[in-house]
Design a protein around this ligand. Structure first.
Ligand code: NAD
Ligand code: IPM
Ligand code: MN
Length: 362
């Protein structure tokens, strides 16, 4: 799926690398290796600067997102390559909320782009579906909704306890993600945009989504606009994924539907994403988390992170280098040079080395 450059950064780029926790620390170096291999043959220059933000630092120093970090990233870097955050030693997940949600909100990365693309027929759990049948983009609103952390407890730890979590939706926030979905469809000659909400039950927040959607779609008469409730969307995406080109939805539903989509295309080990504000410093991360159940074993699949790096290179305007990463991933899948989650017996570093070599040989 082609993505037009959202930031043109010339022959040099500065990338902040936040590997994070668990398998984030294992897959991100493989991604960096693949990028280095893609750019050496292409007269590009890239500088990587690593940041050790994550559970270890949080537990050691009590620091999650350091003071001044947001301004520094926005002013000094073109993009951020991110691994994953989450550690069983931090059950509150506080550091992840501060760092990951903090960067999404404070850098105003309102587009969470999560492409679902089947790279090899054997990878889908759906019967009789092939690569042409499973190719759509999920745009998840990324700066508001149920994620804003507005709420509280009343009578905490008593039998009468009440917990409130507010769903915050602004007209501006809803409109810009819906408009982004339509613009993306138009730019890429895609015919269909499906907006998904739960307006039959969420009669304020998602009423706003309904009204904004109906208003914005008027400006895109050549695009087939459709609405599905989120429960129906979850069912339809499995029944017949060929119906979808572009899906746009709120923060929480986008989180869920993108994991579902990831599984249709081979699993979380393969799914990339971009947290984007067009034209500004943006953050790229695989859809998966820190996977504590396999962390430290050297078997995490690095391909999701490598495809994520492909999205980042597209964002920087380096489309042919992005294609080089995607083609190498396609070859690894074709030749079954893969980690155990995809049925193979290779390790994270073995796959990363293979990709870097393939990219370098092109
Ligand atoms: P997870 O994505 O970490 O893992 C879910 C399942 O998928 C596990 O069985 C895991 O082994 C497998 N898996 C994920 N990525 C894989 C890969 N690259 N290769 C092979 N297998 C892979 O989700 P979870 O277990 O629900 O969450 C674990 C922690 O990660 C939690 O703390 C959660 O909050 C956090 N998390 C962080 C992010 C992020 O940083 N963007 C995303 C999701 C979850
Ligand atoms: C994701 C993750 C995060 C989210 C968590 C770690 C807060 O699941 O990036 O998909 O829900 O956005
Ligand atoms: Mn998620």
């Amino acid at each position: 799926m082609s993505v037009k450059p959202l930031r043109e950064c010339g022959p040099a780029a500065r990338i902040a690398v936040i590997a994070g926790d668990g398998i984030g620390k294992e897959v991100t170096p493989e991604s960096v290796k693949a990028i280095r291999s893609a750019i050496t043959s292409a007269r590009r220059q890239i500088e990587f600067v690593e940041f050790d933000w994550g559970a270890d630092k949080f537990l050691r120093e009590g620091v999650s997102l350091p003071a001044g970090a947001v301004e520094m990233l926005a002013n000094e870097f073109d993009a951020i390559l991110f691994g994953a955050l989450g550690d069983p030693r931090v059950p509150s997940n506080q550091h992840a909320a501060d760092i990951l949600l903090g960067l999404r909100f404070k850098l105003d990365l309102f587009v969470n782009a999560r492409p679902v693309e089947l790279f090899h027929d054997r990878l889908t759990p759906l019967r009789d579906r092939s690569a042409n049948d499973i190719r759509f983009m999920v745009f998840r609103e990324n700066t508001e909704g149920l994620y804003v952390g507005v709420g509280g407890f009343f009578k905490k730890d008593t039998p009468d306890e009440i917990a409130v979590q507010e769903d915050v939706n602004s007209r501006k926030g809803v409109e810009r993600i819906i408009r982004h979905a339509f613009d993306y469809a138009r730019r890429n000659q895609l015919k269909r945009v499906c907006m998904s909400d739960k307006s039959n039950a969420m009669n304020f927040a998602h009423d706003l989504w309904q009204r904004v959607f109906k208003q914005v779609l008027q400006e895109y008469p050549e695009i087939e606009s459709r609405h599905l409730y989120i429960d129906t969307l979850a069912m339809e995406v499995v029944r017949d994924p060929r119906q979808f080109d572009v899906i746009v939805t709120c923060n929480l539903f986008g989180d869920i539907i993108s994991d579902l989509g990831a599984q249709l295309a081979g699993g979380l080990g393969l799914a990339p994403s971009g947290n984007i504000h067009p034209g500004r410093t943006s953050l790229f991360e695989p859809v998966h988390g820190s996977a504590p159940n396999i962390a430290g074993k050297g078997i995490a699949n690095p391909l999701g992170s490598i495809l994520t790096s492909g999205m980042m290179l597209d964002f920087l305007g380096w489309k042919s280098e992005g294609d080089a990463l995607r083609n190498a991933v396609r070859s690894a899948l074709q030749e079954n040079f893969v980690t155990p989650d995809l049925g193979g017996d290779k390790g994270t570093v073995e796959v990363g080395d293979w990709i870097a070599k393939r990219v370098g040989d092109r």
